[in-house]
Design a protein around this ligand. Structure first.
Ligand code: UDP
Length: 243
């Protein structure tokens, strides 16, 4: 519902990995791509959607890859990285004239408001782009699971998972030129074939809630809107492609 007209708006959750925010350098935050992504999110919101965004943190730290700390500490560092990305994305949305708020899973008084489904509901209804940072607040898991949780908790009708390639393939297209792209597939296909599109926990959460996932090439930020008009540019997990 919007504050203004009381009409029910579709809700979309976009998972933004740290890698994409880093642009070609793969590290830190690239203002150009981050700005383009913010512009695309605002354009999606302008079509009448409420938009939530979950930020990853892999452009700074992935716990499992960190050599200088144990896994749990590394994961905690990774979760803090998602907060930095949340601030960067909020800034990019505001620079484009949009309204955005960061809700953190981890209380950080003085900088963030803490996530609750009620708080998210209020902010979405007020027309804010709601950025969910701080991941799940638990170690040993990834921000894909955070995205699935927030999407279900806030009643989204679609989870958008942008990737480096244009959908889900039966093998890595970077390694296998014969790799085939799926137009549609079920949640169980992803789990059974161990397709590395999102972690298994995220897929299971979406499956149990019946939440479809669109997978598409996010290096072209316009695809955030295009995927709804031309689903064949990506893959749809757990839904029917009407392209
Ligand atoms: N992380 C965590 N709990 C979560 C989500 C993330 O501990 O609920 C940590 C984990 O170390 C992960 C890092 O934060 O590697 C960054 O998240 P992710 O790898 O999902 O970021 P992305 O690849 O999307 O940028």
């Amino acid at each position: 519902m919007t504050e203004d007209d009381g009409a029910v708006q579709p809700r979309i959750l976009l998972k933004l990995s740290g890698e994409v925010l880093a642009g070609e350098s793969g590290r830190g935050i690239d203002p150009e791509i981050t700005g383009e992504l913010a512009g695309a999110v605002l354009a999606l919101a302008a079509t009448g959607c409420s938009v939530g965004v979950v930020t990853g943190g892999g452009n700074f730290i992935r716990g499992r890859d960190l050599k200088s700390a144990d896994r749990i500490t590394g994961d905690q560092m990774g979760m803090l990285a998602t907060l930095i990305n949340g601030l960067a994305f909020r800034d990019a949305v505001r620079k484009r004239g949009g309204r955005a708020v960061v809700l953190s899973s981890i209380p950080v008084e003085g900088i963030f408001e803490t996530f609750s489904p009620e708080k998210a509901e209020k902010c979405l209804n007020q027309g804010y782009v709601v950025i969910y940072a701080g991941a799940t607040g638990n170690t040993c898991i990834t921000t894909d699971t955070a995205a699935a949780l927030r999407a279900v908790q806030t009643g989204c009708s679609r989870l958008l998972k942008g990737t480096k390639v244009d959908g889900v393939y039966d093998s890595d297209p970077a390694q296998n030129p014969e790799a085939k792209r799926f137009s549609t597939l079920t949640y169980d296909d992803v789990l059974r074939l161990d397709l590395k599109v999102m972690d298994a926990a995220a897929i299971a959460i979406c499956r149990d809630a019946g939440l479809p996932i669109s997978v598409f090439d996010i290096w072209n930020p316009e695809n955030i809107i295009r995927i709804f008009k031309e689903p064949s540019i990506g893959s749809l997990i757990g839904g029917i492609n009407h392209d």
